[in-house]
Design a protein around this ligand. Structure first.
Ligand code: PEP
Ligand code: CO
Length: 457
């Protein structure tokens, strides 16, 4: 690692990073400004997350990572943040109860702006413009001005990330996450769904248990874990100029931390061993995740793990499998076996979203709920049969009542998609579908609990 520095990635091939800023000097100035701004997260928090993920790697906890595909300036609103937070809290309650293990909550939030795109250009009605690349790079509107990369957007994204984090910290430690509030987390529009009835029944059971504990003297006042929660942030470490600007030496350990988020992941399209993204992320101390998908061979995966985690530290690496509902059963066993045989400590997580995207006849990108569910089930079965812990899930969701993924208990159809299709990038689960998914995962976890303490959810 002797020749690593926060800028050493600049000499490597870098995919999906824009190189068409009209004024590169202005970009340098913005990055210099950002490097003098306060860190968004602190090294101590990052170390604590790594420890928690170490527990997941050892089968003692479960990771739940979720949020927008792409955050946007337009959807930035305290109500949206609150709604997203409360759905994640509900899901965590369901998973904790069903799985009987702590659930580590990580948002795709407070920095999840930049997107890799399948094509650098987009053509509409014979006009070709650069693709939209995320609100911290260019604008979604289909005009030449809007699609031009603008460095000022990085400052705006930093500001949005800072106030998002501020609110998330308040939600998680300021009383809102108190377990006494579990009934209140249900969103209005979910109230008449089968999920909400099921959730409400579960809350009744938990409230009964809490009354009992309270009578024994265990209260949110005496036990801080009942009054607050830990909530961590993450995003794809794609736009390396921004990540470099946010990277600082921690005075306690003397090591480099990327202070833009607690966890950074490398996307499926930027995980080349000799590429800029692997180069940058190998040098920071944050826990890392890597998206893995079709055609990755076991030897390449093992080399990637060695480069990113040479000391085989549990909690450093999460592998997020995103194969598609059928492919996962074909490709994952060989990889799981190779990782296990090599004695590597990893968290295995399942992204059932990105391998299950399709386009409808009317041109909407969507994901069928039954395929999402099938991928999670297949993932869990494969890992169980390889004697590995299926440690987590990674999904794209929102607290808003959107119509982006088809299926689910309300049987959203293709014809319904146009009604509330708001995503800036990929289709997300709405709160109803997200909660339904949590119940189904909880059932899987319960079915595989070997300690005989399984409870019905
Ligand atoms: C994403 O998570 O939004 C994404 C682009 O995923 P992947 O790298 O798995 O394609
Ligand atoms: Co996405």
């Amino acid at each position: 690692m002797s020749n690593w520095s926060p800028s050493s990635w600049r000499t490597k091939p870098a995919k999906h990073i824009p190189d068409d800023y009209p004024n590169p000097v202005q970009l340098d100035e913005v990055e210099a400004t950002l490097s003098g701004y306060p860190p968004l997260v602190f090294a101590g928090e990052v170390r604590r997350l790594k420890q928690r993920l170490g527990d997941v790697a050892m089968g003692k906890a479960f990771l739940m990572q979720g949020g927008d595909c792409a955050e946007s300036f337009r959807e930035f609103h305290p109500d949206n943040l609150r709604d997203m937070f409360r759905v994640m809290m509900q899901m965590a309650v369901v998973l904790t109860y069903g799985g009987g293990k702590p659930v580590i909550k990580v948002g795709r939030i407070a920095g999840q702006f930049a997107k890799p795109r399948s094509s650098p250009v987009e053509t509409i009605d014979g006009i070709t413009l650069p693709s939209y690349r995320g609100d911290n790079i260019n604008g979604m509107e289909f005009t030449p001005e809007s699609r031009m990369p603008d460095p000022e957007r990085l400052l705006k994204a930093y500001g949005q990330a800072a106030s998002t984090l501020n609110l998330l910290r308040a939600f998680s430690t300021g009383g809102y996450a108190n377990l006494n509030n579990i009934h209140k987390w249900t969103l209005g529009y979910v109230k008449d769904s089968p999920q909400s009835q099921r959730y409400s029944d579960l809350c009744d059971k938990i409230s009964d248990a809490m009354d009992f504990m309270q009578a024994c003297g265990v209260t949110p006042e005496s036990t801080p874990q009942m009054a607050a929660t830990e909530y961590y942030t993450s995003h794809e470490g794609l736009l390396l100029g921004y990540e470099q600007a946010m990277t600082r030496i921690d005075s306690t350990s003397g090591r480099w931390y990327d202070t833009s988020a607690h966890l950074l992941w490398i996307g499926n399209r930027t995980r080349q061993l000799d590429g800029a993204h692997v180069e940058f992320l190998k040098g920071v101390e944050n826990p890392l995740a890597v998206k893995i998908g079709p055609e990755l061979q076991p030897d390449e995966l093992l080399r990637l793990i060695d480069v990113l985690n040479p000391k085989n530290e549990a909690g450093r690496i999460t592998l997020i499998a995103r194969y598609g509902h059928e492919q996962v059963a074909k490709e994952l066993p060989t990889l799981a076996r190779a990782v296990k045989r090599a004695g590597k400590h990893v968290v295995w997580s399942c992204d059932p979203m990105h391998g299950n995207t399709l386009k409808t006849a009317s041109g909407y990108k969507t994901r069928p709920f039954n395929r999402i569910l099938a991928e999670v089930k297949n993932f869990m079965q494969v890992l169980h049969s390889e004697d590995c812990w299926p440690g987590g899930v990674h999904f794209e969701m929102t607290g808003q009542n959107v119509t982006e993924c088809i299926g689910g208990a309300r049987e959203l159809r293709e014809e319904d998609l146009s009604s509330r299709y708001h995503t800036h990038c990929d289709p997300r689960l709405n709160a109803d579908q997200a909660l339904e998914l949590a119940f189904l995962i909880a059932e899987e976890l319960r079915a595989n609990r070997v300690d005989n303490t399984a409870v019905a959810v």
